[in-house]
Design a binder for this molecule. Structure first.
Ligand code: XUL
Ligand code: CO
Length: 439
């Protein structure tokens, strides 16, 4: 098999002072930070769709990046070329896992039986490569948003026949995920939402989505899938309103339909900000509900209101994200680069530069988050801030051993409370800066 990314070798770690473009400056896989190797803190994954399929097309113009990898588009030869390119790419970057949609891997046929045959064939080939390289599958999923049959949704469609096609794709994608030893299975509800309530039965749609997920859990467990099912929340795009709006909404949905034992969340940075939150907010909400499963690291642009899927670049964001991850004791899933290079960054070299940049940005986030914890000023401030709940009436509130009457009596005796203490936001922000820029 001929090398595809010629002229680019294994990407080395050269350290922060390096000016070599094709070298890591901060991601040092073997380096121990906060008691674990960086590669264990940050199991990075490559997304099949953006890395091997997306050509930089936008609504105004054609693709700019060559993703043919020497084969004719929409052929099984091309599907195999993408496997070759993907494994070479991951090996050169030291990426140990990948994520895929069924339809990223093969051209979809008109007849689902033919598509399934192609999927069997390509995953046989992927398995060979996985054995050869030791690269693993982080998660699989079914694309239930691109095909025109899903125009009105998949689990939320008005057509029972289309619903069966969604079910068939989930079943097959679960088969493939198990075949490839995937650690997770994701539901991103791309078209599970609505444009207008005028034509939508919200209750029926939510119940049908839940039923599809329930059947997926039953089938998955039957065929030996032991990993987490994951919902990837997103508030909008492509639909105006999507049901899995954000972490809290998705958790409530999972609990309402009894799916919370089998599901966790896959939090994507960009989706959290589209919902009007910070990335760290949705990580925190997931973590405190024991629902933080996996992460899609790609970010957006604060000046644009849509899902730009950019490589992580903001060290504040990754630091605050890694603070949540470290406080959670890590995550069972991984860090998936659901990210694509900008349309003008159209060379194969740009793909490597983008991943190096993204992996370095997360490595820096990890280093700085560990330093903030080590520094202790932030954690100590929070501990102290809530210390009135450690004893006396506060402790009684926390342990549920009081009543509204007793609390009212306490207030009456005090007549007027002292001010609760400064939040010290500006000071705490300066602490973060001092840790981030102390050398
Ligand atoms: C879309 C998105 C998806 C999911 C998988 O915004 O993030 O690519 O990650 O379907
Ligand atoms: Co995603």
């Amino acid at each position: 098999m001929a090398e595809i990314f010629t002229g680019i070798g294994k990407i080395p770690y050269e350290g922060p002072k390096s000016k070599t473009p094709l070298a890591f400056k901060f991601y040092d896989a073997e380096k121990v930070v906060a008691g674990k190797k960086m590669k264990e803190h940050l199991p990075f994954a490559m997304a099949w769709w953006h890395t091997l399929c997306a050509e930089g097309r936008d609504i105004f113009g054609a693709g700019t990046t060559d993703k043919a990898f020497g084969a004719a588009q929409d052929t099984m030869e091309h599907a195999r070329a993408k496997v070759d390119a993907g494994f070479e790419f991951m090996q050169k970057l030291g990426i140990t896992e990948f994520c895929f949609h069924d339809t990223d891997t093969v051209p979809e046929a008109d007849d689902i039986n033919e598509t399934n045959k192609r999927l069997d064939e390509i995953t046989d080939y992927m398995l060979v490569k996985m054995k050869e390289t030791g690269i693993k599958c982080l998660w699989g999923t079914a694309n239930m948003f691109s095909n025109p049959r899903f125009v009105n949704g998949a689990g939320s469609t008005n057509s029972a026949d289309v619903y069966c096609f969604a079910a068939a794709q989930v079943k097959k994608a679960l088969d493939l995920t198990v075949k490839l030893g995937g650690r997770g299975y994701v539901f991103w509800g791309g078209r599970e939402g609505y444009e207008t309530l005028l034509n939508t039965d919200v209750k029926l749609e939510l119940e049908n989505i839940a039923a599809l997920m329930k059947m997926a859990v039953e089938y998955g467990r039957k065929i030996g899938f032991k990993g987490d099912f994951l919902i990837e929340p997103k508030p909008k795009e492509p639909m105006k309103h999507q049901y899995d709006f954000d972490a809290m909404t998705s958790i409530a949905f999972l609990r309402q339909y009894g799916l919370d034992k089998d599901f966790k969340l896959n939090i994507e940075a960009n989706h959290a900000t589209l919902a009007g939150h910070t990335f760290a907010h949705d990580l925190r909400v997931s973590a405190i509900n024991s629902m933080l499963g996996s992460i899609d690291v790609n970010t957006g642009d604060p000046l644009l209101g849509w899902d730009t899927d950019e490589f992580p670049k903001d060290v504040y964001d990754t630091t605050f994200a890694m603070l949540e991850v470290l406080r959670n004791g890590g995550i069972a899933g991984g860090f998936n680069f659901d990210a694509k290079t900008r349309r003008p960054s159209y060379t194969h070299e740009d793909m490597f530069l983008a991943f190096i940049h993204g992996m370095d940005t997360f490595a820096l986030g990890l280093i700085k988050a560990a330093a903030i914890i080590e520094d202790g000023r932030i954690d100590n401030f929070i501990k102290e801030k809530y210390s009135s709940f450690n004893s006396g009436i506060g402790q009684k509130i926390r342990s549920g051993q009081t009543s509204l009457e007793e609390l009212a009596d306490h207030a009456a005796k005090l007549k007027k409370p002292e001010m609760p203490g400064s939040g010290k936001q500006e000071y705490l922000e300066s602490v973060v800066n001092s840790v981030l820029f102390n050398n």
